[in-house]
Ligand binder design. Structure first.
Ligand SMILES: Cc1ncc(COP(=O)(O)O)c(C=O)c1O
Length: 441
C-alpha cells in the first residue's frame, strides 16, 4: 500500500511513513494490525471508545439508521434523532444546562462556545467583553478560537497572527509537589486566584469567558488540585465571567460520572463534549449551554436564525444514532459505576510504574493517567515518541504528548487487561531507557 498521499493529522509524517503503524480491525479493548498482531487499546481510540470497540448495540443502531435515513441537514428542517439526542444529553447534564448545540468534533465545539460567549455578551449590551481566558497547557482543539484560548505553544506558534485576543492562567501542574500524587493534589486551590490578577490587568468588563478542561488531558493528564475548580467558579461568578468546561475528554464517563462537572462538583455555564458521546463510532460533539445564555440569544426577526452558526453535519443522523445508543449502553451496562469500581485498581497499577527507570511522574484521575519520562537532552518529546513506538510493537496503544505516556483505557477493561496494558507499557519504557539511557540523546 502506498502512504504518500495521505497528509496525516498530528503525525510526524516523514517518520511515520518510514515505519508505518497500522490497525486493521478492533473489538472490545483490542485492536489488530493488518498482520493479525494484537494491540491492547490503552487510549480508547483517542479517548473515545469507553464502551469498547464495535459495541454490538451501537453498531446495530447505526446500521438501522443507515437503512432508514442516511443524510438530513438540521438547517430549517430537522430529524427526530437530533431532537431526541439533545433532550437526553440535557437530561444527564448538570441542572441549569439544558440547551444543546450539536457539532462534529471537539474543535468545532470549542469554536462554537467562543461564538456563543461573544454573541451572548453582545446581546447583553456588553459587546466589549471579547477577551478569552484559557490556561497554559490547555487544549481546546485546533480551530482559531480553540488555539487562541488554548495554551499549547506548538499549536499556536505557526498561526500567531490569526489569533483572537486571549490571556492565560498558569497550568495547575507543579512538579515539585505533584510528581507522584494519586488523584487530586491536596494543595494548590489558590492557583485559581491568578484569575484575580488577570481581572486586575484587563478588567472583568472586558473578559468574555474562562475556558478550562476539568482535567487537562492532551498535555499529559494534569489533575486539578482539590478546590481549584470551585475557586475558579466563585471568581467567575463574582466577576460576571462565563465559565466553560471543555469536557471533550472527561465527558460521558471517564471520571466515573457523566461529566467532570458532576465528578468534581462544579457547575460551569457551558460544557463542551465530543469523543465518548458516540463511542467514537461517528464524528459527534456539542456544547451544552445554560438556559439563560440560550434564551438571551432568542431574539431578533423571527424569520432569521438567532445564531448565524452551524455545520452541514451538525446533528447528522448517523452520529445521533451512535450517540443515542451510547447513552443506552452507558445506562444499561452501568459504565459509570464500572469506571468508579475500576479506578482504584487502575490507580494502584499505574503508580507501580513509578519505579520504572526514567519515570519522573505518575498522575491519575478516573480512568486517565499520565506517566512522564525524563526528557532526552536531545529534545523534549524524543523519549516519549520512542516509547510510544516501542509500546505499539509490544502490544499496547498509548499516546505521547511530549514525554508523557497516556493510559486511558476503555471503561469495559477488566482489571487483568489494565495490568497487561501497564506491563507492556513498562516493557516499552525499559526498552526506551536502555536504548537511550540518562544523559544520552
Ligand atoms: C479537551 C479537548 N478539547 C478539544 C479537543 C479537540 O477535539 P477534536 O479533535 O475532536 O476536534 C480535544 C481533542 O483531543 C480535547 O482533548
Amino acid at each position: 500500500m502506498r502512504h504518500e498521499a495521505f497528509w496525516m493529522p498530528y503525525t510526524p509524517n516523514r517518520a511515520f511513513k518510514a515505519a508505518p503503524r497500522l490497525l486493521a480491525r478492533a473489538e472490545g479493548v483490542r485492536c489488530w494490525t493488518p498482520e493479525g498482531r494484537e494491540v491492547l487499546d490503552g487510549v480508547s481510540g483517542l479517548w473515545c471508545v469507553g464502551a469498547g470497540h464495535r459495541h454490538p448495540r451501537i453498531v446495530a443502531a447505526m446500521k438501522r439508521q443507515l437503512d432508514t435515513l442516511d443524510c438530513a441537514s438540521n438547517f430549517q428542517v430537522g430529524h427526530p434523532g437530533a431532537f431526541e439526542l439533545a433532550e437526553r444529553i440535557a437530561a444527564v447534564a448538570p441542572p441549569g444546562l439544558d440547551r444543546v448545540f450539536l457539532v462534529n468534533s471537539g474543535s468545532e465545539a470549542c469554536d462554537t462556545a467562543v461564538k456563543i460567549a461573544l454573541a451572548f455578551w453582545r446581546a447583553q449590551g456588553q459587546g466589549q467583553r471579547t477577551l478569552l481566558v484559557g490556561r497554559e497547557r490547555g487544549f481546546h482543539g485546533v480551530g482559531f478560537g480553540g488555539i487562541s484560548v488554548g495554551g499549547m505553544t506548538a499549536n499556536r506558534r505557526a498561526f500567531g497572527a490569526a489569533m483572537l485576543r486571549a490571556d492565560h492562567l498558569r497550568s495547575t501542574w507543579d512538579p515539585a509537589t505533584q510528581a507522584f500524587v494519586r488523584g487530586q493534589p491536596a494543595a494548590g486551590a489558590d492557583m485559581a486566584d491568578e484569575l484575580e490578577r488577570l481581572v486586575a490587568l484587563h478588567d472583568a468588563s472586558n473578559i468574555a469567558a474562562v475556558f478550562v478542561e476539568p482535567v487537562a488531558g492532551s498535555t499529559g493528564v494534569l489533575v486539578p488540585p482539590l478546590g481549584y475548580l470551585q475557586r475558579l467558579r466563585e471568581l467567575c461568578t463574582r466577576h460576571g465571567i462565563l465559565l466553560v468546561f471543555d469536557e471533550v475528554i472527561t465527558g460521558f464517563g471517564r471520571l466515573g460520572a457523566m461529566f467532570g462537572a458532576q465528578a468534581l462538583g462544579v457547575v460551569p455555564d457551558m460544557i463542551l463534549f465530543a469523543k465518548t458521546v458516540s463511542n467514537g463510532a461517528a464524528p459527534l460533539g456539542g456544547v451544552i449551554v445554560r438556559r439563560q445564555i440560550h434564551d438571551a440569544l432568542m431574539h431578533g426577526p423571527p424569520h432569521l436564525a438567532e445564531l448565524m452558526h452551524g455545520y452541514t453535519c451538525s446533528g447528522h443522523p448517523l452520529a445521533c444514532a451512535a450517540g443515542l445508543a451510547m447513552l443506552d449502553v452507558l445506562a444499561e451496562e452501568d459504565l459509570l459505576g464500572r469506571v468508579r469500581a475500576l479506578a482504584p485498581h487502575f490507580e494502584r497499577t499505574v503508580h507501580e510504574l513509578a519505579s520504572t527507570p526514567g519515570v519522573v511522574s505518575v498522575r491519575n484521575l478516573g480512568l486517565a493517567a499520565g506517566i512522564e519520562l525524563a526528557p532526552s537532552p536531545a529534545g523534549t518529546g524524543q523519549r516519549g515518541a520512542a516509547a510510544q513506538a516501542a509500546a505499539f510493537d509490544l502490544g499496547v496503544l498509548t499516546r505521547a504528548p511530549g514525554d508523557t505516556l497516556v493510559l486511558a483505557p476503555p471503561f469495559v477493561s477488566t482489571p487483568a487487561e489494565i495490568e497487561q496494558m501497564a506491563e507492556r507499557l513498562r516493557a516499552a519504557i525499559v526498552q526506551t531507557h536502555t536504548e537511550h539511557p540518562e544523559g544520552s540523546p
